[in-house]
Write a protein that binds this ligand. Structure first.
Ligand code: NAD
Length: 255
């Protein structure tokens, strides 16, 4: 029992109000999970929760800015007094389009705060709870940019490479205690994020073509495709996958 009064497993998803996180919430509801969503985007979080409740699953949420480490750690500790987490999806993330010299200290710190420090905090507190209950599954959302250098993404790629290190070390330490943890490394995914990048570009058509061309078949992924990968990694069918970096990038990192 994960939510009091429910017999279903519970998945906690960060960044669940939009994009890949929301698609994952929809997939996991179909797969039989109750859901707890965390996001700083309160408006879309409320819309997501209302929609997901139509699945008949129990869905709760918390509006929280994960760049605030003190508030985040307190929220996690308080939450774990109320819920037991069977599946954790560390998905919230952000990025800036900058070279190393262009990246400000604030941009670097914010990128690392959300993309990796928040993942560490959720793992730090949820892994012991999972171990005490016999185990659990975690997916940390990384990026193809963890595996190859992308132009103008220096803080983003660095933080996503750290996600891979966090994931592998937790697998090494806790596999024997029933923890399965994997990183997923998507290529370019047509999410709300990409929509924002295109909207800000003086030539969105050319930019979209450039982004599409990075995948070997010339097409972006969809949030739903990545959600399916995350759901597989969390499922019992994914038992033999641990400490991996699961690429879903239409070959972006293959050549
Ligand atoms: N879209 C892509 O091409 C792509 C590729 C590889 C990896 N990813 C990764 O996938 C994950 C999801 O990205 P997406 O494409 O769905 O983007 P998105 O912008 O559509 O969704 C990201 C979500 O994270 C939330 N978030 C951001 N900062 C937050 C903070 N400080 N506190 C709480 N919530 C915060 C946002 O509100 C949003 O709901 C990210 O970790 C991203 O790095 C995306």
């Amino acid at each position: 029992m994960s939510f009091k009064g429910s017999s279903l497993p519970l998945a906690l998803i960060t960044g669940g109000a939009n994009g890949i996180g929301l698609a994952t919430a929809r997939q996991l509801a179909k797969d039989g999970y109750d859901l707890f969503l965390i996001d700083k985007d309160q408006a879309n979080l409320e819309v997501a929760v209302a929609e997901l409740k139509q699945s008949g699953k129990k869905v709760e949420s918390l509006a929280l800015d994960l760049s605030d480490a003190v508030a985040t750690e307190k929220a996690i500790i308080d939450l774990l007094k109320e819920i037991e987490v069977d599946a954790l999806v560390n998905n919230a993330g952000l990025g800036f389009a900058r070279t190393v010299a262009q990246t400000t200290l604030d941009e670097w710190d914010l990128t690392f705060a959300v993309n990796i420090r928040a993942q560490y905090l959720f793992c730090k507190h949820i892994v012991p709870q999972m171990i005490a209950r016999g185990g659990g599954a975690i997916v940390n959302v990384a990026s193809a940019g963890a595996l190859v250098g992308l132009k103008n993404r220096v803080a983003y790629c660095s933080s996503k490479a750290a996600v891979v290190g966090l994931t592998r070390c937790i697998a090494a330490d806790h596999a024997m205690e029933g923890i399965r943890i994997n990183a997923i490394a998507p290529g370019t995914v047509d999410s709300t994020w990409i929509g924002r990048i295109l909207a800000d570009d003086p030539d969105p058509v050319a930019r979209r073509k450039m982004m599409e061309a990075r995948q070997l078949d010339g097409k972006m992924g969809t949030p739903e495709e990545v959600a399916y990968g995350i759901a597989f990694l969390l499922s019992k069918e994914g038992r033999f996958v641990n400490g991996s970096v699961f690429s879903m990038d239409a070959g972006l990192t293959a050549v």
